[in-house]
Design a protein around this ligand. Structure first.
Ligand SMILES: [Zn+2]
Length: 313
């Protein structure tokens, strides 16, 4: 009965709109994606709800004008400890697609996903990836930070693309064209990072929270130490002393902080070793300023590579 009512509505809407301008999608295409297909006018624009910034970017890259993307995580919040509000839960329940990374990155998401109505397509973006065991039990069994390897990011995008095609099959060619264009950008990014990290005088560094494990593995880098085993957990005095010892033993003069975690521990270690603090952004969130400056996954990943290249050359 509902379906019939809906069909009637759609038919009526079509009659009403037939005489006017095309009921087209109005937003302008994003300049980064060389999409060649225009989405056909959809009466229901799918809504994709995501848990974090990098999934917001990936979902937008795939969706273009075809769907609306809503990110639950406020800019600057700690993804690892974020708890959804009742409004967030409402958004997820009414979404066409709910995308989360999984592997313990968003502790709430796995349970929420189990309780959703069948109308919500659930994408666990890290599904099917070969994940490494986590060094910290707070993450669960596996290290969730796969998206910082651009080739693993591709796999996450494929899940989003498939869900979107299932929710909006009329525009499948459009979504496929956009995904494929973004894959080209990811290949270029990969070549750029490869190049920036090819000839370094040192290949190990002191990270802030252990987000860059997959990145390190892909570009043959490694952590000499990390300052916070779990994002937001300040190190103890003994841990700080051990990191200082490691820095001295390996002749490391730079430690890394992140834009959204308290940098005091990094500053204290840098002071102790007479060194400096640099920033790496794991793309769990962005600042409003970053957004205003048009930063995204691709540009921040290049900045990360530039920073590492500068420090390790
Ligand atoms: Zn993290």
């Amino acid at each position: 009965m509902k379906n019939i009512a809906f069909s009637l509505c759609v038919a009526l809407a079509f009659v009403l709109l037939a005489g006017c301008a095309q009921p087209a999608v109005t937003a302008t295409p994003e300049p980064t994606a060389a999409a060649t297909v225009t989405p056909t006018a959809a009466y229901h624009k799918p809504v994709i709800v995501v848990t974090t910034y990098f999934l917001e970017d990936f979902a937008r890259q795939v969706a273009g004008d075809g769907a609306t993307v809503v990110n639950l995580l406020p800019d600057g919040a700690n993804l690892h400890t974020y708890e959804p509000s009742p409004k967030d839960l409402e958004l997820i329940n009414s979404a066409d697609i709910f995308v989360f990374n999984g592997a313990g990155l968003e502790p709430y998401a796995e349970n929420v996903a189990k309780s959703l109505p069948k109308t919500v397509r659930v994408v666990e973006a890290s599904a099917g990836l070969t994940l490494v065991e986590s060094g910290d039990k707070d993450y669960g069994l596996y290290d969730p930070h796969a998206w910082l390897d651009p080739m693993m990011a591709k796999r996450e995008l494929i899940w989003i693309q498939n869900a979107l095609i299932s929710a909006d099959s009329k525009n499948s060619e459009y979504y496929q064209a956009r995904t494929s264009a973004y894959f080209t950008s990811l290949d270029e990014l990969d070549a750029y990072i490869e190049n920036r990290t090819a000839n370094l005088s040192s290949r190990e560094y002191i990270g802030f929270h252990p987000a860059f494990t997959y990145f390190n593995a892909r570009y043959n880098l490694s952590y000499a130490a990390v300052i916070e085993e779990f994002a937001g957990d300040e190190p103890s005095a003994q841990e700080m002393a051990r990191i200082v010892d490691t820095a001295r033993a390996t002749n490391i003069r730079t430690v890394f902080a992140e834009p959204f975690l308290d940098p005091r521990a990094a500053n204290a270690i840098a002071k102790e070793i007479n060194g400096t603090v640099e920033i790496l952004n794991p793309l769990e969130t962005l600042t409003a300023e970053d957004r205003a400056n048009g930063k995204d996954y691709l540009s921040v990943m290049r900045e990360n590579a530039d920073t590492l290249s500068k420090v390790l050359s």
